[in-house]
Design a protein around this ligand. Structure first.
Ligand code: XMP
Length: 504
């Protein structure tokens, strides 16, 4: 495997993704929490950073820890190699940001199959002015002389640009040259091999133990469940709670799919409990808290009913586990998710998280390998508090009913027009206002709904989708004609930031 040391760059996760795309396993670790370097580690990548090596207290790393292993420094990582080796790094005249063209000034294994004048992406405030004597320049751009360098006798490289971003058009080839040709990693990390080794490991770890897992209908918990089921069969007890805030008919449909996947799943109808807990609450955070607490109560009760259960299974994925290190200094730590005291019993169980090394797209690939149907794997993300945060103001079963009908028309429309997979997330929002309309000869005074569809990669930023007007018109007509109590439909054309995806 490859170890990526994170110095706090915004794009460290992208390095890992690119390496994984090469079917080479890699892990990200904070620069100040270096894991044991055993024989499974074939190479080290040093990430970028918002810091400057010129600052006394900027992050450092003791390179001797890596013995003779190959090292690739990217941006700050490259400057660190130069600086720690005795070279000179100085503030650039202007901060360099954007496209540049790389010329290989010396033959290097890194440049195998790279075209001359390859486009690369620069983003740095410091520049390497002088290399230590043990390094030599291997590539330059129009404005940066030391754009890439190599050690004269060891497999150590530094590159000033960012090969991990797509604007570096041949960046993946450069990374491949490093991880495959320099580090000698084999490209065999596939979803098949992941499933095989994970199932074997789970079998060994769990033995005859029982595991309880909460299913949400989403991709992550579903894939985690099927993987665990492969390993331990009926000793996996799944719980799927109907909180009364799911999409129309979703509880029944998802339960049905889970049964057909062979999972041992108990559907728990707790609608009324959630509605009771939500009664009279309008504040979004109070609604979230009430839903969270009710879920914990229901789940704890169900977990208690499983005699001798020893583990809590979770669909945690890699981005939930890693957080870019805080670069404020050596005290930087990864956020701790472990609370102490006052926990419900199920939270005291040992935790098993079979997907905690995977990115989202990898989870989908593993799901495919496991034979999980596309209707589960391709689902849009859906918030835990469900429709409660799409009904602005207080929640009643009647409002849920209206919103479920509206949402179903919208989502089914997206599916039948072939638009569903082009949209990252979509849904409808029930607004707490009435508007005047006219139907036949009658004046109406009914509710307004907003439709929202966004494109995004990870939910952190999002653009509103430019859905065809004809489609929006058709959906609006259908909603107003079919859903009693709604006489107006609007479309949300805000992007995130500054808006958010959900309205609450
Ligand atoms: P926002 O509204 O913050 O949403 O732009 C980003 C993504 O997070 C989802 N979301 C939630 N998911 N519990 C969840 O499990 C929540 O309380 C919650 N709030 C927002 C939202 O659906 C979108 O995918």
């Amino acid at each position: 495997k490859i170890i990526i040391l994170d110095f706090g760059s915004q794009v460290t996760q992208l390095i890992a993704r690119r390496v994984r795309e090469l079917q080479v396993y890699c892990e990200i670790h904070p620069y100040n929490h270096i894991p044991t370097i055993d024989s499974s580690v074939k190479g080290i990548i040093l990430s970028g950073s918002p810091c400057s090596v010129r600052d006394e207290d900027s992050p450092r790393v003791d390179l001797s820890l890596f013995g003779e292993l190959p090292i690739l420094g990217i941006c700050y990582g490259a400057q660190l190699l130069a600086h720690q080796g005795g070279g000179s790094v100085q503030a650039s005249q202007h901060r360099e940001y954007g496209r540049a063209h790389l010329t290989g000034t010396k033959d290097s294994i890194l440049w195998d199959e790279i075209s001359n004048s390859s486009q690369v992406w620069m983003s740095h405030g410091d520049t390497i002015m002088e290399l230590p004597s043990q390094y030599e320049i291997i590539g330059s751009t129009e404005s940066v002389k030391v754009a890439a360098f190599a050690h004269t006798s060891k497999p150590i490289f530094g590159i000033q640009f960012h090969p991990e971003v797509t604007h570096s058009t041949e960046g993946s080839i450069i990374l491949r040259n490093f991880v495959v040709k320099v580090c000698d990693c084999t490209q065999d990390w596939t979803s098949d091999s992941f499933v095989e080794t994970t199932v074997a490991n789970l079998k060994e770890k769990l033995g005859q133990d029982k595991v309880v897992l909460g299913l949400s209908g989403g991709v992550d918990s579903s894939v985690a469940a099927v993987l665990l089921h492969r390993a331990i069969g009926k000793n996996l007890y799944c719980i799927f709670v109907d909180n009364g805030l799911l999409r129309k008919d979703e509880f029944e449909q998802v339960l049905e799919s889970y049964h057909s996947l062979g999972l041992n799943v108990k559907g728990v109808d707790s609608k009324q409990r959630f509605y009771d807990a939500l009664a009279g609450l309008s504040d979004p955070e109070l609604k979230r808290k009430a839903i969270g607490k009710t879920f914990i109560d229901v789940f704890d009760h169900e977990a208690h009913a499983i005699e001798g259960v020893a583990w809590l299974g979770q669909g945690t994925i890699y981005p939930d586990v890693i957080e870019s290190v805080s670069v404020k200094g050596p005290s930087a730590t990864i956020k701790s998710h472990h609370n102490v005291g006052g926990l419900p019993d199920f939270m005291k169980l040992k935790v098993v998280e079979p997907l905690n090394t995977l990115f989202k797209d990898e989870v989908r690939k593993v799901g495919k390998t496991l034979g999980i149907p596309q209707e589960i794997l391709g689902r849009h993300p859906f918030p835990g508090p469900g429709l409660a945060i799409r009904i602005l103001g207080d929640i009643t079963p009647e409002k849920v009913d209206i919103l479920q009908k509206v949402d179903a028309i919208f989502i089914n429309g997206l599916k039948s027009e072939g638009l569903y997979d082009q949209v990252w997330q979509a849904g409808a929002i029930l607004l707490p206002i009435h508007s005047v309309g006219v139907m036949g000869d009658e004046r109406t005074y009914e509710q307004v709904v907003a439709l929202r569809a966004v494109s995004s990669l990870d939910g952190m930023t999002a653009d509103w989708c430019h859905l065809p007007y004809e489609f929006l018109g058709k959906i609006s007509n259908e909603i107003i004609n079919k859903v009693k109590g709604v006489n107006r439909v609007v479309y949300d054309i805000s992007s995130k930031p500054p808006a958010t995806i959900e309205w609450e």
